[in-house]
Write a protein of this length. Structure first.
Ligand code: NAP
Length: 293
């Protein structure tokens, strides 16, 4: 199949490499102006792939968007007339809130949402390291998307494991809940994930979780307080030495995904008239840091 990777950063390069090695044609779309880019994943042979090629983009069967959430809409707006209306668009990023505006931009395309736990790190623009094997969950957000379940086999063959989720909102909310708990606290306090297992953070974590659970219930998303608390504790322990993406973004003075993580929670809470003042204060702290640069 013909795949376009829009935003070939760490995760996008991992997919580009994996899909190419599985025999698919890959073209890249990035803010780099070169008409070819080289990607080397781990110790595989380097791949030279077309970049910003309008014809290759137009011929793409699947457009896999691996931009960070704040850049998805602006990144795709300029591509509207260059993406075929039959192309399956897959949004793969942390956080929520891009599906609706992207769906308005591409009303005739099948639109899928994905969440992944693979770890990828790009020490140089050409080199990506697959730092942790994970799982990718995929599901449809419009009726055309529901006809695209076959794509799971294609993706799973390239970078396992990939699973189809008939209710992708559930999977995205589960991930959002974990991100709401871990990301702002690690970013504000400039600590690794494992530090959150200290007693000093337990009150804050519980406040976040209480509010998240209330909003998830209002959104008709299945969640149980004790189970979610346990899951978050497990993730903190399993990733103790890691720094969250938000901690890294803030430490490197890059725009974080706060608007699509805690910001999305706050927007949905507002819709249901639920008080999420603890999460609101974390959101304000991150915004204050970003605005101080
Ligand atoms: N990396 C992981 O292990 C991992 C795991 C799970 C989920 N995720 C999620 O996957 C998504 C992608 O993460 P990533 O780690 O691959 O990020 P990344 O390495 O920073 O790549 C993001 C891509 O977006 C481009 N980009 C950055 N700023 C931009 C801007 N202002 N305008 C247009 N394009 C811009 C980058 O371009 P350049 O190449 O020019 O910098 C790059 O192609 C995020 O939502 C992240 O939370 C990542």
């Amino acid at each position: 199949m013909n795949f376009a990777i829009v935003g070939p950063g760490a995760i996008g390069s991992l997919w580009a490499s994996s899909l190419s090695h599985a025999g698919h044609n890959i073209n890249l779309w990035s803010r780099q102006t070169d008409n070819q880019l080289t990607i080397q994943c781990d110790n595989h042979l380097p791949l030279t792939l077309p970049n910003n090629d309008h014809q290759a983009l137009k011929n793409s069967d699947v457009v896999l968007v691996t931009l960070k959430a704040p850049f998805v809409l602006s990144g795709l707006k300029s591509l509207v007339e260059h993406i075929h209306s039959d192309a399956i668009i897959v949004l793969m990023h942390n956080g929520m809130g891009t599906a609706e505006p992207v769906s308005s931009l591409f009303p005739n395309n099948p639109l899928l949402l994905a969440t992944t736990t693979h770890g990828a790190y790009r020490p140089t623009p050409q080199h990506v390291l697959h730092t942790g094997k994970g799982n990718t969950q995929l599901g449809a957000t419009n009726s055309l998307g529901h006809q695209c379940e076959f794509i799971v086999d294609v993706l799973n063959n390239a970078l396992p494991t990939v699973e189809w989720h008939s209710n992708i909102q559930q999977a995205l909310w589960n991930k959002l809940a974990i991100n709401c708990a871990i990301n702002p606290l690690t970013a504000i306090n400039n600590v690794n994930n494992g530090t959150l297992s200290q007693q000093a953070y337990q009150y804050d974590l519980q406040q976040i979780i209480n509010e998240v659970v209330e909003v998830m219930h209002a959104e008709a998303i299945a969640v149980e307080m004790q189970a979610l608390t346990k899951t978050i504790q497990h993730v903190i322990e399993a990733t103790a030495a890691n720094y969250s993406s938000m901690q890294q973004d803030i430490a490197h003075r890059r725009t974080s995904e706060i608007d699509f993580i805690t910001g999305y929670l706050i927007a949905r809470a507002k819709h249901h008239q639920i008080d999420v003042s603890f999460n609101q204060s974390l959101y304000n702290s991150i915004k204050q840091i970003e605005q101080s640069w």
